[in-house]
Design a protein around this ligand. Sequence first.
Ligand code: UT7
Length: 330
Amino acid sequence: MTPYGASIAGTGSCVPERRLTNADLEKLVDTTDEWIVQRTGIRERRIAAPGESSSTLAIVAAQRALESAKVKAADIDMIIVATVTPDMPTPSNACLLQHALGCRRGIAAMDLNAACSGFVYALVTGSAFIKTGTARTVLVVGAETLSRITDYTDRSTCILFGDGAGAAILTRSADTGIGVQHFELGSDGSGAMLLHVPAGGSRAPATADTVGGKMHTLRMSGREVFKFAVAQMSESIQRAMNACNLTPDQIKLVIPHQSNARIIDSATAKIGLTSDRTFINIDKYGNTSAASVAIALDEAIRAGRCGRGDWIVIIGIGGGLTWATATVKL
Ligand code: UT7
């Protein structure tokens, strides 16, 4: 039994203004709007402007989350930013946020890389610090500018990815029955190369050749990742429901990583979840990796699809390979 609950007190999100539509992509690669919509459910994605980065989107998302939680930046005592596209390898985006938001000097701040599972990993980690009494108020963020690591000559990947950020403020509650009630964080590094960026790290530092070969962009074995994601998503949601003795009709909303509408549809159908209990916004933003569940959570709450007292399941799946599922009482 933990001494505290960690309540999701507020959420926020921010996406760039610029839209990249399927019609725009038809001009860049050999694809069609029909193929993209049928195979993925995506109609458009947002693309960061030259002056924008993962941290600038994260700052606005965090400010909106603070506003909705009615919490001041000075009250935050920990920041966790999930991202695979930090502004720079170092410093962390979390440190950039600590300064930009006007948080107190000395608070804990770190980035976390669990690819598309990142926001759920971060939310579970932040909750653990609150539940054990170590922190009172934690800012968790998922922020990406995947357009900066996307190869717009590769039709198998460039149709998928977009930019954006989402944030949540976690606060201490005397009610242990609120917040994350069960979680599963997982990994399988044997599938590491199914979704990776070949160069730009310590294994293959940037050279003229790596840049020329576009080795700083995402490579994905789509079919393999697809199969893994469908199986993992349905099994994880089922385990999450079992652990909290919940039937599908007791779940107000499942908020899954927005990687492909077909993955979400087949995984949720397998366990008897109707479409009104599943949140999908992939049509507007594509796959925004760590930002995906964070943006979806914010939109779902603001649209009244879920609220205080409801059971929700949030689930991220992706590169690593990784997966993360949390059963949350809002
Ligand atoms: O967020 C991290 C996790 N990521 C995911 O979960 C993504 C998982 N994977 C996917 O969503 C899907 O695998 C894709 C959307 C990437 C691809 O869809 P698919 O139905 O698995 O297509 P496929 O790779 O099996 O390719 C089928 C055909 C191929 O042509 P042939 O070989 O059958 O002649 C591809 O070359 O579709 C072709 N194709 C395209 N055609 C038109 C691939 N991309 C495109 C395209 N437009 N953009």
